[in-house]
Design a protein around this ligand. Structure first.
Ligand SMILES: CC(C)(COP(=O)(O)OP(=O)(O)OC[C@H]1O[C@@H](n2cnc3c(N)ncnc32)[C@H](O)[C@@H]1OP(=O)(O)O)[C@@H](O)C(=O)NCCC(=O)NCCS
Length: 222
């Protein structure tokens, strides 16, 4: 365990003593390994092809939490439009096995509580060679594990990894306007708003404004 990881573990433990929504301060591990041992049985690590079914099951369980029981709407799937798990398996494996200089690459990380996958984050490349300097981020934790500092630790892990990839200069993402926790987390780690698409998604009757945010990785390499 590195000094940074020890410090992360301390922050996560401290966050557990705090009310939900008041997690630890910004981390800055600068660790490109993509592995972060948070202590107390919590681990962030890259997912491999052996993890694909675990990851799909996680997303299938996560999506129905969107917009329910106090959780903000975060997924672009309605009640009658479930996450397409069958097609997702093949496309996920394809993304994970492409190198970063090939369009449609992807890498995912898991947040494990013991053996249970309780969160995931993904970075993926665009469809064109001319997009290879940018990557798009998505992430989600199960409600049971939100508000404990894990989102910050996961995002920091992904950003640190991306900073260490010379081919990547920007991380982009889209976040629903009403998703205050996610927007606050992204702002806290330096993402800036670049645009808004009003009525971008319609989910179970809701007209959803999608906010584009971006992080300039070059500024972190100075
Ligand atoms: C959004 C999400 C990743 C945040 O992760 P998290 O582990 O809950 O957040 P953390 O405990 O690490 O907190 C990090 C920061 O997020 C913000 N945040 C977290 N919970 C919040 C809440 N309830 N209200 C407002 N801000 C909140 C704060 O800025 C916080 O920093 P602070 O602790 O210094 O105040 C997580 O809640 C999640 O996965 N939600 C469901 C899926 C989702 O919305 N994904 C993003 C789609 S774009």
């Amino acid at each position: 365990m590195t000094d940074d990881e020890t410090s992360d573990a301390r922050r996560v433990r401290a966050a557990r003593e705090m009310p939900a929504g008041h997690g630890p301060p910004t981390t800055s591990a600068g660790d490109a390994s993509g592995v972060r041992d948070l202590g107390d049985g919590l681990l962030i690590r890259p997912l491999t092809v052996e993890d694909v079914d675990l990851r799909l099951a996680h997303v299938q369980a996560l999506v129905p939490e969107s917009g329910r029981d106090g959780t903000p709407l975060f997924a672009p799937y309605g009640r009658d439009d479930p996450y397409p798990v069958d097609t997702a398996r093949a496309s996920t494996l394809e993304r994970w096995t492409r190198s970063l200089d090939v369009p449609r690459w992807g890498r995912s990380w898991g947040v494990f509580d013991g053996d249970a996958l309780v969160g995931d984050g993904e970075l993926h490349g665009g469809d064109l060679r001319s997009l290879l300097h940018r990557t798009t981020l998505g992430m989600g934790l199960r409600r049971s594990h939100c508000g404990r500092g894990l989102g910050r630790a996961l995002l920091t892990t992904l950003v640190d990894w991306a900073v260490a990839q010379p081919i990547l200069d920007w991380i982009d993402l889209g976040v629903f306007e009403g998703n205050a926790p996610a927007r606050a987390l992204y702002r806290a780690l330096g993402f800036v708003e670049t645009g808004r698409a009003v009525d971008r998604f319609r989910v179970d009757g809701a007209h959803v404004t999608d906010i584009s945010m971006t992080l300039d990785l070059r500024a972190r390499r100075a």
